[in-house]
Design a protein around this ligand. Structure first.
Ligand code: FE
Ligand code: FE
Length: 184
């Protein structure tokens, strides 16, 4: 409840609605894959905590924490809210669970060798009820049957989308996808 009231004050209404959708989907997936539902709920609630922060405020946090950004991260401001989310969650709500913090950190790009909780938050962010894109129903179906297959399909969708928009692709997404192909 404390987190929710902070989010209501600091996120746009549409972003808050998206967050509640991610919470719902993440709890469902945690149930299917025997992960801790409370961890899934906290990670989902906080995943976009920094989404509506100003550029200046985000830059300030990056400097205060002395964060070293990769070349992809420096150039893609869309990634900053995921880098900053675990820091804000620690500062404001004293969340210390590494798996929960990592799930927030990697929700946009994914990464190699993700934990189940990281996979659940990555997927829930993409397939929560208010999202809509060509092929989403297929990913929703697979997400109930095979977590790795669903994450692979989700990464493929997102990378293909970025390619059609002539956008850069963060190397972590490529590595996350290759890892799933090599290890399943
Ligand atoms: Fe996000
Ligand atoms: Fe999100």
């Amino acid at each position: 409840d404390e987190i929710k009231s902070y989010l209501k004050d600091n996120l746009k209404p549409s972003r808050y609605g998206h967050t509640l959708g991610v919470v719902k989907t993440a709890i469902e997936l945690a149930g299917i894959y025997n992960e801790d539902k409370q961890k899934a709920e906290i990670a989902a609630l906080c995943h976009d905590i920094a989404k509506n922060m100003s550029y200046e405020d985000m830059l300030k946090v990056i400097e205060e924490e002395n964060l070293k950004l990769s070349n992809d991260e420096k150039n893609s401001k869309e990634l900053w809210h995921s880098i900053i989310a675990p820091i804000m969650a620690k500062r404001i709500f004293e969340i210390e669970d590494e798996d929960v913090l990592n799930a927030m950190r990697w929700h946009t790009t994914g990464r190699e060798n993700m934990s189940n909780l990281e996979k659940i938050i990555y997927l829930a962010d993409l397939i929560e009820p208010s999202r809509n894109f060509q092929g989403i129903e297929a990913i929703r179906d697979i997400s109930r049957k095979n977590l790795n297959d669903a994450v692979l399909k989700a990464l493929t969708h997102t990378i293909m989308y970025l390619l059609t928009k002539d956008c850069a692709v963060d190397l972590n997404s490529i590595k996350a996808r290759n890892y799933l192909i090599y290890n399943s």
